[in-house]
Design a protein around this ligand. Structure first.
Ligand code: HXC
Length: 519
């Protein structure tokens, strides 16, 4: 080919135009807002020199009514799509470019995202979306809305087949919020990202309520109050690093097993310190994350939704290099009680792990479900049932260790034997019963307590008797409701051997279209 010829010149010219389009001026605008450009984000997300762009030169469709869109003769139509690698493993990516019409989604923009979604699903590799968008492109009307619907449809189709990750790196307004919310995990960057279905202006018009972007849908709100976001980081570099870290725990698809990290550290399988972490007094709080750290591979615990419903702790970890998912009641927050938010958080995490062949470890210390009109009227029955359903429906290996309290419905819910737990262990500090000692004796001895000379002393004595005779792990052990009461010091060794025994677990579920989880 003649490299000085007309055809080659045209080939090069297009790259010049593309480079000009991604000019320093545009980058400056993004940087001024504390944001990176779409290109910079992709480079940080992926292994060096692995990104291969697709459809860099497609252009926006022409609209009947331009309303200021006529100037959009850009190559790419405001979104970059392609594939690359994270720690040597294939991923598909799209990144919206806010400098092109506010990253808004028109027909061509949507078609590009759909194309990369289809490729990711076909190749069985994760997809990561970097969102920075004002939502449906107003000028393109119905074509934008249809474009969003097509993306949502693909999100649902890919759900449970390939991991789908979204990272909000600017606005995600209107339609831009629903694709992320259909994906498995949402990352947000503090102070530069926000998500809302309707913005502050509409809120003001409709409700006459003054609210800032940050107050309405900032990263803080979504990672603490709404539970929409699972990860929050201080800046974009760390957000992208966080996504890379998450990917290291996950398989590429639902047929693969999670990647195994080489394990060569001298970590003891016998840890005496575990004996002292849980206080004998049932009402004394402690941090369940201290227990987790001593059981799993050193520094391998990666917490999900850390700041939302902190009375339950969920996250990924490794045991001898293999990924597991952990669900643990947190006695340090609200005594580890199960409420609506913690039930939702736990159930969603279990569903994810089960979809992607990640074995589950449950660490239980739970006084029960949170009582009160607030919870009952908001539907704790319906939401608590999600946790029951998710545990029961999961076919991955499931192990529970009861650390201390295991009362009532909460005993049943937290992967009890009869709910399908494969191995159920308890520490000697475990209290397994229909309800806590004080509650039980108040009901059983109401009349006697009312007539007693010293009801406080009597209650204390009865509670002790109840604890000795009923609320301990040995009754459950002797009746076979747990497999073994173990010395806390050997927990890691027990779990390693139990997970190994379950490696080839196979469950035949009855044929059905799908179950009907109480949504
Ligand atoms: C077309 C848009 C746009 C949109 C922003 N722009 N959003 N163009 N369609 N949806 C353009 C702006 O006109 C501007 O163009 C450029 O992007 C940058 O926008 P600014 O407003 O200057 O930026 P900023 O001040 O940072 O504000 C960002 C923003 C704001 C908060 C996102 O632009 C905004 O409120 N946009 C509308 C958000 C919204 O209501 N979307 C919902 C659409 S309806 P110039 O040429 O000046 O640079 C929807 C329904 C789908 O999505 C439902 C599916 C379920």
């Amino acid at each position: 080919m003649d490299v000085n010829g007309k055809q080659f010149k045209r080939f090069l010219e297009r790259y010049d135009i593309l480079a000009e389009q991604n000019s320093k001026e545009k980058a400056k605008k993004q940087h001024a807002k504390g944001k990176l450009t779409a290109n910079e984000r992709i480079q940080l997300l992926l292994d060096e020199n692995t990104f291969e762009e697709v459809d860099a030169f497609v252009k926006a469709s022409q609209t009947a009514s331009d309303f200021g869109a006529a100037g959009n003769d850009n190559y790419g139509d405001g979104v970059i799509i392609g594939h690359g690698k994270i720690r040597g493993r294939l991923v598909f990516v799209y990144a919206q470019d806010f400098t092109v019409m506010g990253g808004s989604l028109g027909l061509v923009h949507a078609t590009k995202i759909a194309k990369i979604q289809d490729m990711a699903l076909k190749m069985g590799a994760p997809i990561i979306g970097l969102i920075d968008s004002g939502g449906a492109r107003i000028q393109e009307g119905i074509a934008s809305l249809a474009g969003y619907a097509g993306i949502f449809h693909r999100n649902v189709h890919s759900s449970g087949v390939i991991p789908q990750i979204s990272s909000i790196m600017g606005p995600a307004a209107g339609g831009a919020v629903y694709s992320p919310s259909l994906t498995d995990f949402i990352f947000m960057t503090n102070e530069t990202s926000y998500m809302f279905v309707t913005g502050p202006n509409v809120v003001k018009e409709v409700l006459n309520e003054e609210v800032t972007f940050e107050e309405l849908g900032g990263a803080n709100v979504h990672s603490t109050k709404s539970g929409v976001a699972h990860f929050i980081y201080e800046d974009e570099e760390n957000t992208l690093r966080g996504i890379r870290k998450l990917m290291s725990y996950l398989p590429a698809n639902n047929i693969e097993n999670p990647p195994v990290r080489e394990f060569n550290c001298e970590q003891p399988d016998y840890e005496e310190k575990l004996r002292d972490l849980v206080p004998d007094e049932p009402d004394k709080p402690y941090d369940v994350k201290d227990v987790i750290q001593l059981i799993v591979d050193t520094d391998s615990f990666f917490e999900v939704a850390k700041y939302y419903a902190a009375n339950i702790v969920v996250g990924f970890a490794r045991m001898k290099g293999k990924t597991i998912g952990i669900i643990a009641n947190q006695p340090k927050v609200l005594a580890g009680v199960l409420d609506i938010n913690s039930s939702n958080k736990g159930a969603r995490f279990i569903r994810f792990c089960d979809s992607f062949n990640i074995p589950l470890l449950t660490l239980e210390d739970v006084p029960g479900f949170l009582p009160g009109t607030g919870q009952e009227h908001e539907g704790i029955i319906r939401h608590g049932a999600k946790l029951l359903y998710a545990y029961s429906d999961a076919t991955v290996p499931k192990i529970t260790v009861i650390l201390r309290k295991s009362y009532g419905g909460a005993y049943c819910v937290m992967n009890s034997k009869n709910l399908g737990g494969d191995f159920n262990f308890a520490w000697p500090t475990a209290e397994i019963a229909v309800m806590g000692p004080e509650g039980a004796v108040s009901i059983l001895y109401r009349k006697k307590l009312a007539e007693a000379e010293d009801p406080v002393l009597m209650k204390k004595e009865l509670a002790k008797k109840y604890r000795d005779e009923i609320a301990n792990p040995y009754v459950a052990d002797e009746k076979g409701y747990i497999d073994e009461v173990i010395d806390p010091a050997i927990t890691r060794r027990k779990l390693l051997s139990a997970f190994e025994a379950l490696e080839n677990k196979h469950v035949n579920s009855p044929s059905r279209k799908h179950g009907n989880i109480p949504l």
